[in-house]
Design a binder for this molecule. Structure first.
Ligand code: PEP
Ligand code: MN
Length: 638
């Protein structure tokens, strides 16, 4: 703290002030200026600054260090990523928690969960204990509600969040809950904070109705000091003089808190506004302001809701909101958080391949990708499967397919399409050539090219930049702006980083993804130097078996070749039209070894009743040759 001394302070008072501070563990340094004399006091001791202010000869005290430590950015520079089962909150992701205000019945929760899950929410909310302003309002179903919440959460593979209103419920609730919510009215219920903190589970801490940001962070500090590292802060509106909204949603708190703290911050636009029609704009604004996620109230029948109906979205409104956020995320260089593909809920058996190795759990959690460590493909693996799967680097796409076929890994990933460069034909050809390989999922990655160099480099010191020719081409504007820098084509983006890392020359740089910089302990000198920010790559996830996804598939991919006669392709497409199957993609590809003969790859949107596709395929079989289903999977955000 800085202690400004009074002009007329006596030498005795000055000495007493100094020894008072030293007795309390501070190191004191005196600075004499032209106008004022101050003491700079540094120390670990938490002390009420008013005690110093009351000393004779002291004019005023300016505290410098924050009263919260564990929650502060000073202690931890990196963003905290809170893991709740398979879901991650924080660190460049937007995680959406949704569900009704209160758990009302099994049917209501199932309907709500279906709607929010289909729209892309990753966690289910629902209050079983409701802290209502009026004692006559619905108070929640209690433990019965928790049972319903847990059952439905499990049915959809979604972790559940629910509010705890008293310490006496902690042990009982612990069995049902994935994330505890501390409500706005309980933000400064310190006994509750201590108890919930000591359980060590993730906690959503809502901001109190009249809490300053510092008080909010101090409440987080309570949770952390008592045993949990996983605190998600939730801005839900504060009490102001304004009456047109239920609360005033303080979105400026987001950038403020993000600077002060490493903890993720989510926003609840439902309680923040109290009016259904205001949720959509404020949710988008929250995401724009840097929120790591949202908590939104959605009810299958808001007009019949037992609590907070007027602010609950209809399922269609929520779906529209999710689509708008999805469209918005690239601008913010973020990704929507998704429930990763969960192998544990699927059949443990991977079909035996000839000569395959024994398939222990390790193989089941191994995923092959093409490229070196830190490649964009490795990012795709981690995005899809989460951090607990092992990404196995392969030299070529063919090697990825081989490893999957031989059962050395359970899965592989391969890029199928880039939004700027088009189809990756080599991967498509491999899919056509391998009837035992299935597409079981897909992952889209935004390609952000960074200029990466050694820690000692500066932009001025760089003379040569290495990258894959496509990486160089996609950053042509950067090279136009820096004509003195030479472009050097390299076989691989991450490989280019490995190469310059080994050379250790500060005049060399590479263009690659951020993960490559991390893997090879290099620095990102300039972020996002690609010309076109709409640079995405779609990866297919492949497997030997047709592994069931926990997501209901919404996409089918087929390949076929047509007979050599007029209208042959038209006949096939007509079958799709008759069955009302929406075609998402059609691509032709020369058949290897059969010059001027073509295969077609066709992606269709799966209807509600998947039998429709079976029937359509039976009909197509009569009109096309070599019809094959490449896979059924869940495609996000389309
Ligand atoms: C809730 O999430 O349903 C709730 C009661 O929120 P808050 O504590 O923010 O009012
Ligand atoms: Mn509510």
């Amino acid at each position: 703290m800085i202690i400004v001394l009074k002009h007329d302070i006596t030498p005795k008072e000055k000495e007493e002030t100094r020894s008072f501070l030293e007795r309390h563990g501070y190191k004191v340094r005196e600075i004499v200026g032209e106008q004022d004399t101050i003491f700079g006091a540094v120390g670990q001791v938490m002390m009420d600054s008013r005690e110093v202010e009351l000393l004779p000869g002291v004019d005023r005290v300016i505290p410098i260090s924050k009263p919260y430590k564990l929650a502060s950015r000073e202690l931890k520079l990196d963003d905290t990523v809170v893991s709740v089962g398979p879901v991650r909150v924080g660190g460049g992701r937007i995680a959406v928690i949704a569900g009704p205000c209160a758990v009302e019945s099994l049917e209501q929760m199932r309907e709500a969960a279906r709607a929010v899950y289909d729209a892309g929410a990753v966690m289910l909310r629902g209050g079983a204990f409701k802290p209502r302003t009026s004692p006559y309002s619905f108070q929640g179903l209690g433990e019965e509600g928790l049972k319903i919440l847990k059952t439905v959460g499990q049915e959809f593979g979604m972790p559940v969040a629910t509010e705890i209103v008293g310490t006496e419920y902690a042990e009982m609730m612990n069995e049902y809950v994935d994330v505890f919510q501390i409500g706005a009215r309980n933000m400064q219920n310190f006994e509750l904070l201590k108890k919930v903190g000591s359980l060590g589970k993730p906690v959503i801490l809502k901001r109190g109705l009249a809490a300053t940001i510092e008080e909010w962070l101090m409440a987080a500090e309570y949770l952390m000091a008592h045993g949990t590292d996983d605190v998600i802060l939730c801005e839900r509106g504060i009490r102001t003089f304004e009456t047109y909204t239920r609360n005033t949603l303080d979105l400026s708190a987001i950038p403020v808190v993000k600077k002060l703290s490493h903890l993720p911050v989510i926003v609840d636009p439902s309680h923040g506004t109290g009016i259904r029609g205001k949720v959509h704009p404020m949710a988008l604004a929250a995401v724009a302001a840097g929120a790591d996620g949202l908590m939104v109230e959605v009810h299958p029948h808001p007009d019949r809701a037992l609590s907070d109906g007027p602010q609950s979205l209809y399922p269609e409104q929520f779906e529209r909101l999710m689509r708008d956020i999805e469209a918005f995320t690239p601008v913010l260089e973020k990704e929507m958080e998704r429930i990763p593909y969960n192998i544990a809920t699927q059949s443990d058996e991977i079909k035996d391949a000839p000569g395959s190795e024994p398939k222990g759990t390790r193989v089941r959690k191994m995923v092959a990708f093409q490229g070196m460590r830190g490649a964009y493909s490795e990012t795709a693996v981690h995005r899809f499967f989460g951090e607990h799967y092992e990404a196995v680097a392969c030299d070529s796409f063919a090697e990825v397919f081989k490893q999957v076929l031989q059962g050395k890994v359970a899965y592989g990933t391969a890029p199928i399409e880039n939004s700027l460069a088009g189809t990756v034909h080599e991967v498509l050809d491999l899919l056509l050539q391998h009837p035992d390989i299935r597409v079981v999922g897909e992952q889209k990655i935004r390609i952000i090219h960074n200029l990466i160099a050694a820690k000692s480099s500066t932009l001025e010191s760089i003379k040569k930049v290495y990258s894959h020719p496509q990486g160089l081409a996609q950053c042509s504007r950067f090279f136009e702006e820096h004509p003195g820098i030479e472009k050097v084509p390299f076989y691989d983006t991450a490989g280019a980083v490995a190469y310059i890392a080994e050379r250790g020359d500060p005049s060399l740089a590479a263009i690659a993804g951020r993960e490559a910089a991390q893997v090879y302990e290099m620095e990102v000198l300039k972020e996002g130097i690609e010309n076109n920010p709409r640079n995405y790559t779609r990866f297919y996830v492949i497997s030997r078996t047709e592994t069931e996804s926990i997501h209901k598939p919404n996409r089918g991919v087929l390949v076929f070749s047509t007979q050599d006669k007029p209208g042959a392709l038209f006949d096939v497409l007509q079958v799709l039209a008759e069955h009302q199957l929406n075609m998402k993609k059609l691509e032709s590809r020369p058949i290897q070894g059969k010059p001027w003969n073509y295969m077609f790859l066709l992606a269709v949107e799966l209807p509600e009743r998947p039998e429709v596709l079976d029937r359509a395929m039976k009909e197509i079989k009569g009109k096309a040759e070599d019809l094959r289903l490449l896979g059924l999977y869940y495609a996000h955000g389309e």
